[in-house]
Design a protein around this ligand. Structure first.
Ligand code: GCV
Length: 872
């Protein structure tokens, strides 16, 4: 056992300032420590109030109490609320108003049922308001889910009007008004009409009936558990409320890799309960269906969409669904994709498959979202003309005009798969006589899985604003998908969201900005990223200008920061595409059929997609866009490697070579990830301690993992190109002591695969035969204050423990119990423990003791020691 003697200098040692278990809620060893930091801030900090701890569960609907000055501005708010009608939606709107006003202004509005002879907030449809107040001048142009908010003086009385074309509009208007108060906006003379950008504003959950979620990073499903719909659907209702508050009107609840069981007769009553939970919020229930259903569960010997028995089966199925769920919204279909069965089995087209379902659902008013994510994942990688990016356009463009009116083609924003940077999918401009919707991804599958901060609205903004130039006209993607350009009745926005049972919904309190942002963009596709980030911050963390400025700045910077250490020049997210899609794995893209190739060799990198010499993908764009990307000169640097294969020495518009740009960008990105953490720390005492500590833990982790990314990508580029970093950083790490170079007792060195997943390609592990292992080295620097990072591997298959001591005095200990995606020591599981500040003298013996647990062998990559920032 380690002695418990304290060193003389021990007063200078303090434990790390946050827990190193960003995703493990149950153990909060360091919480006490965090609390003391907040206490310190309370005692000595600037403007600090008493901040109640928050879990993040309320998301942007906190209705936090306004301070006196702010609430005085709303003193004249009418004391009465009237709902002109008694529908479920109207009741939700009225109750939401009461809840919001109670929370923010500590007043309880009084309910009346008719227009009173005193000031009131009136909630009603245009028709009911007209009937109740004949003198009311209602503006034109309010339709669908649109609403009108107005303050009117009628018969000398002050009324706030929340009017919707339909009941859903009233609910949306109520949320909008509450949001303004929450953001402390002036509503004294409010008079505005809001119309949604598009009729389709849906989210997709990828929940399995077992309760797991495909690409879900925030706990189990809120809908399903062990093969059934959960008994308690409170969270489902709360989710629908959140969705409604930003105007989302539909939600599919199960994985697009669909379990056919979801539409079995005995299961429909179960999903009907979810529809019941959604209904008060105007969110229509949808499901993902498997096109092979007629055969797999229907007892037919075929699922050929042109077989009349198949058509009849779909009809019967939807008749049954609508008997249980009269407002059922529709279905999403993934077919002929990633091993899913599809119409190609019978030589039929996606139009055949979509239409047979569409005709069965059409009499009930339902929609079919047919995903354009159709591609062959057994492509021959040796064939240089093969290109997965071409698949969606090649499949669907020839079918334009062949889909029924209630079919919407759901198209991922880029031609590959939710990468950190892709050009927009050419198919978005390739359908003129077919409804379409853009598919975005709130769940951060390739963008840090909610362990890294990556606010995606600026990326979506760029895609939506991209002018496709269809037929030579101005045709921004936002207008193509909304149906505006080609006068389509249907169309809009879909996002894969994958919230889970974690209290904060997405597992990272700041990740909810993406869900909010998606809803806001779907509602108003012209909103700027800045406005969305600021709104969300005010609603989620309050109106303290320092908080608003800091968090907004962090959000807006985060996508490019993430891109800069994970996927340069449009090459795609250089992650392990065969596994978790999380940590770096640049080598995994090649030599397989999945088609996420970057064609790197000794001389150069990038997919040649030109018409002249490459795969010809660029020809799928309208002429102006084709010209833009076909030429090396006009292709923007950030998409260079998506479109062109170039030498590492190719000089970018910036004047740098490709290789030096890659090195510089990764060092810069990792550094900026560190700054995100520092920015957040400046908010100590201004944000409640629970969310402060939760976010800090994640940002600390991100700062460490950004270095894992930086080193892996730089090492890989160096070993592939053989060109050294002109600034001498790559492969040289001052202050780093490789674990395999330490004095080992019990520990054994091993080769990490792929080699770039660990510093120097090696690490050490404590074999199962050992109960504990030791790695020791002597500090040889000057005496002073240091921070010491232990880079170790935290796998899912065990909870090993570590103790660090200096000259036999214990200075830190922890358990490796994060939830990182992997059961092997690699770049997914590599993580950092920072011990700071620490006094060290030349000759000090630093010892790390590792105690393995099950499959996790307390593996260590390296230790890095650097002077604390105060000393640097
Ligand atoms: C639901 C990516 C994901 C898959 C997902 C697929 C899709 O390939 O990795 O998990 O499957 O996209 O969008 O259908």
């Amino acid at each position: 056992m380690l002695p418990n003697r304290r060193r003389e200098e021990a007063t200078l040692f303090s434990p790390p300032i946050s827990q190193r278990r960003p995703f493990h809620r149950k153990r909060c060893v360091w919480k006490a420590c965090l609390k003391s930091i907040v206490l310190f801030a309370l005692l000595f900090g600037g403007q600090v109030g008493s901040l109640r701890g928050e879990t993040g569960e309320a998301a942007w609907l906190r209705y936090a109490r306004l301070d006196k000055a702010a609430s005085d501005n709303y003193r004249s708010l009418p004391a009465v609320v009237v709902a002109l009608g008694d529908s479920e939606l109207l009741t939700s709107a009225r109750d939401e108003w009461i809840r919001g006003v109670q929370g923010m202004l500590e007043r309880t509005p009084r309910i009346e049922h008719n227009v009173p002879k005193e000031p009131a907030v009136l909630l009603g449809t245009l028709a009911s308001l007209r009937a109740a107040l004949s003198s009311l001048q209602i503006p034109s142009g309010i339709s669908g889910d649109g609403f009108w908010l107005s303050r009117q003086r009628i018969h000398d009385l002050d009324f706030i009007i929340v009017a919707g074309a339909d009941d859903r509009g009233i609910l949306y208007g109520t949320f909008a008004l509450l949001s303004k108060i929450s953001q402390q906006r002036n509503i004294a003379r409010i008079d505005e009409v809001q119309q949604p950008s598009a009729p389709v504003r849906w989210v997709n959950q990828w929940d399995n009936l077992s309760g797991t979620i495909e690409r879900g990073y925030a706990g189990p499903s809120i809908f399903f558990d062990s093969g059934n719909v959960r008994t308690d659907l409170t969270r489902a209702g709360e989710y629908a409320r959140l969705l409604a508050s930003v105007g989302i009107n539909g939600c599919t609840i199960n994985n697009v890799n669909a379990d056919p069981k979801i539409i079995q007769s005995d299961f429909i009553p179960q999903i009907a309960r979810i529809a019941d939970a959604f209904r008060p919020w105007g969110v229509q229930l949808g499901i993902a269906v498997d096109v092979s259903g007629p055969k797999i569960i229907g007892g037919l010997d075929t699922f050929d969409p042109l077989d009349p028995r198949v058509a009849e089966w779909w009809k019967r199925t939807f008749d049954e669904i609508y008997r249980e769920i009269p407002d059922f919204g529709g279905v999403v279909v993934k077919a002929d994709s990633e091993g899913r069965l599809g119409p190609s089995a019978y030589g039929r087209t996606p139009a055949d498959a979509a239409n047979v379902i569409a005709r069965a659902i059409e009499p009930h008013g339902g929609l079919v979202f047919y995903r354009a994510f159709v591609y062959d994942h057994h492509l021959d990688w040796r064939h240089l003309k093969n290109d997965r990016a071409k698949a969606a356009y090649d499949t669907f463009h020839p079918l334009d005009g062949k889909f029924d009116e209630n079919v919407v083609i759901q198209i991922k924003y880029g031609p590959i798969d939710f990468q950190v940077r892709e050009p927009v999918s050419p198919l978005l401009g390739g359908l003129e006589r077919t409804n379409e919707a853009i598919e975005l991804q709130v769940t951060q599958e390739y963008t840090g899985q909610q362990r890294h901060l990556c606010f995606l609205v600026p990326m979506w903004r760029e895609s939506l604003d991209f002018d496709m130039g269809v037929n030579g006209a101005d045709t921004p993607v936002k207008d193509l998908v909304s149906g505006k350009t080609f006068h389509r009745r249907m169309g809009g926005f879909v996002a894969v969201t994958n919230v889970g049972m974690d209290l904060d919904w997405l597992g990272h309190p700041l990740a909810m900005a993406n869900l909010y942002g998606f809803g806001r963009l779907a509602w108003d596709s012209d909103l700027t990223s800045e406005k969305i980030a600021e709104e969300w911050t005010r609603l989620t963390f309050g109106n303290d200008p320092v908080v608003v400025k800091t968090i907004t700045g962090m959000l807006l910077a985060s996508w490019k920061i993430y891109e800069s250490y994970t996927g340069p020049l449009g090459v795609g997210t250089l992650t392990d595409i065969l596994g978790s899609h999380y940590g770096p794995g640049p080598g995994s893209s090649e030599r397989n059929g999945w088609g996420q190739w970057h064609r790197a060799d000794r001389n150069g990198i990038g997919m040649d997609r030109t018409v002249a010499t490459g795969t010809g993908y660029i020809a799928q764009y309208p002429v102006n866009v084709e010209a833009l990307y076909e030429s090396l000169q006009t292709t923007p640097d950030e998409l260079l490697l998506f479109f062109h294969h170039v030498a590492y020495t190719y000089v970018l518009h910036s004047g740098k070579t490709v290789i030096q740009h890659v090195y510089d960008l990764h060092y810069d990105g990792a550094e900026r990830a560190q700054h995100l953490m520092e920015d957040w720390k400046s908010l100590a005492g201004r944000v409640d301690d629970e969310r402060y500590s939760a976010v800090l833990a994640r940002l600390e982790y991100q700062a460490g993992h950004a270095i894992v990314w930086r080193d892996a990508i730089c090492d890989w580029f160096y070993s592939t190109s053989g060109i050294p970093d002109a600034k001498g950083r790559v492969g040289h790490h001052p202050g780093r002591i490789e674990a395999e170079a330490m004095q080992l007792r019990g520990y054994e060195p091993f080769d990490v695969t792929p080699p770039e997943a660990a510093s120097g390609g090696k690490a050490i592990e404590c074999p199962p035969a050992q109960r504990e292992c030791f790695a020791t080295f002597q500090f040889s620097g000057a005496a002073g204050l240091y921070e010491l990072d232990v880079e170790y591997f935290d796998q899912e298959n065990g909870e090993s423990r570590f103790r660090v001591s200096i000259d036999e005095q214990l200075v830190d200990q922890w358990t490796a119990s994060d939830h990182l995606p992997g059961t092997r020591p690699n770049a997914d599981t590599s993580t950092r423990r920072r011990i700071t500040p620490l006094t060290l003298r030349p000759g000090d013996r630093v010892q790390i003791e590792g105690l393995p647990d099950h499959g996790e062998r307390a593996a260590i990559d390296y230790v890095e020691i650097r002077p604390t920032s105060a000393q640097r």
